[in-house]
Design a protein around this ligand. Structure first.
Ligand SMILES: Nc1nc2c(c(=O)[nH]1)N[C@H]1C(S)=C(S)[C@@H](COP(=O)(O)O)O[C@H]1N2
Ligand SMILES: [Mo]
Length: 359
């Protein structure tokens, strides 16, 4: 389906939602296009690239209508490595605490890393001339989601202050290939350090406005409600609106439940800090967090995760390997998902584990 590898863990066919296996994500720092997770809220729209236009309107001096050719010819091309991470990444860990009906139980791989090529949103906004009153930039797409109440097209927004930073791209290529339909062709937003939900695919409208987007996906979904709240009766504005992603880390190797040789064992995975911070350290433990081994990290790059690897000692019988990361603000992750549980199951950034059996 959608050019994805056969071993994807598919949460749903329509809308298509799938994440790679941990071992597939461990293959390289860059995620191949056929391996990159997919998160859709409705059917993939069929768009004709020749007839497609990007509209820029709202609080601007000069509304614009741009073809893909206009974007490619009139603005400076940028290429950046950016990690996307769904706010529902690792929800399965919250579901273990308490059931979360109506939301997919994403595992540890609702996140992926790619090169993106496009133009700066900032440059397009500068051409249109953003007016003083604008505080947020709305993004709109044509895919219709029956998950929203009422059913509606997908939309989202980011603060203007973020939108004008140089990292935010309008991208037409992924890992130097034309953007595939399932990832938002002909054009998508890529917002480094923010939850994936803000990186709107199949983009057709960019609109600076005074307030955040009135879309269901901004005003009602992607918000952290208090544990005791009733998700079904939550309305616009309730809960904490998600933007910047929280510090997170996962183990990609060995596989959960693997039987491994006793003695030295190579462990690897990813760590991602999100907006304005870097992953500064990753620790691995085989005794539930009493003692830790420091992992080696790949280079730090703004907007992208780091992969890490460590060698730990595995003793015979059932055991558990644990990881936690630290960011450049000195903050680390919560130990348990119990106190993170929220009715829609967003932002599980508790310590990650795999079970292993030493043989
Ligand atoms: N138009 C549109 N954009 C969208 C979505 C969608 O359903 N429709 N899903 C969002 C969510 S929640 C995530 S996590 C990312 C996933 O991007 P990907 O499918 O390219 O991995 O796309 C975002 N952009
Ligand atoms: Mo997402």
């Amino acid at each position: 389906m959608w050019g994805k590898r056969a071993d994807m863990l598919v949460h749903g066919q329509d809308p298509y939602n799938a994440e790679p296996q941990p071992r597939a994500l461990a293959e390289s720092l860059l995620t191949a296009v056929d391996t990159f997770y997919v998160r859709n809220h409705g059917p993939v729209p069929e768009l004709d690239g020749d007839r497609w236009r990007l509209r820029v309107d709202g609080q601007v001096d000069q509304p614009l209508e741009l073809t893909l050719h206009d974007l490619q010819q009139q603005f400076e091309t940028q290429r950046a490595m950016v990690t996307l991470q769904c706010a529902g990444n690792r929800r399965a860990g919250l579901v273990e605490v308490r059931d979360i009906p109506g939301e997919d139980p994403w595992g540890r791989c609702a996140t992926s890393n790619a090169w993106w090529t496009g133009v700066r949103l900032a440059d397009v906004l500068a051409r249109a001339g953003v007016r003083q009153a604008a505080r947020h930039v709305w993004f709109e797409a044509p895919d219709v989601s029956g998950l929203a109440d009422p059913p509606q097209t997908y939309g989202s927004s980011i603060p203007l202050a973020k939108a004008v930073t140089s990292g935010v791209l309008l991208a037409w290529a992924m890992n130097d290939e034309a953007l595939p339909a399932v990832h938002g062709a002909p054009l998508r937003v890529v917002v480094p350090g923010y939850i994936g939900a803000r990186s709107v695919k199949w983009l057709r409208r960019v609109s600076p406005q005074e307030d955040p987007s009135s879309s269901y996906f901004q005003s009602t979904a992607y918000r952290v409600l208090p544990a005791e709240a009733d998700a079904a009766s939550a309305g616009p504005g309730d809960g904490i609106s998600l933007g910047p992603v929280a510090l997170n880390a996962e183990i990609l190797q060995p596989q959960d439940g693997a039987v491994v040789d006793t003695g030295p064992c190579d462990v690897r995975g990813y760590a991602h800090a999100g907006e304005g911070r870097q992953v500064a350290r990753v620790d691995v433990s085989t005794d539930g967090g009493t003692t830790w081994v420091q992992a080696g990290l790949t280079e730090a790059t703004d907007g992208a995760w780091r992969h890490w690897q460590a060698r730990v000692e595995v003793s015979s019988g059932p055991g558990r390997i644990t990881v936690r990361a630290w960011d450049s603000s000195g903050a680390s992750q919560p130990e348990s998902p119990v106190h993170l549980w929220n009715p829609k199951g967003y932002v599980n950034n508790s310590w990650a584990h795999v079970a292993v059996v030493g043989r």
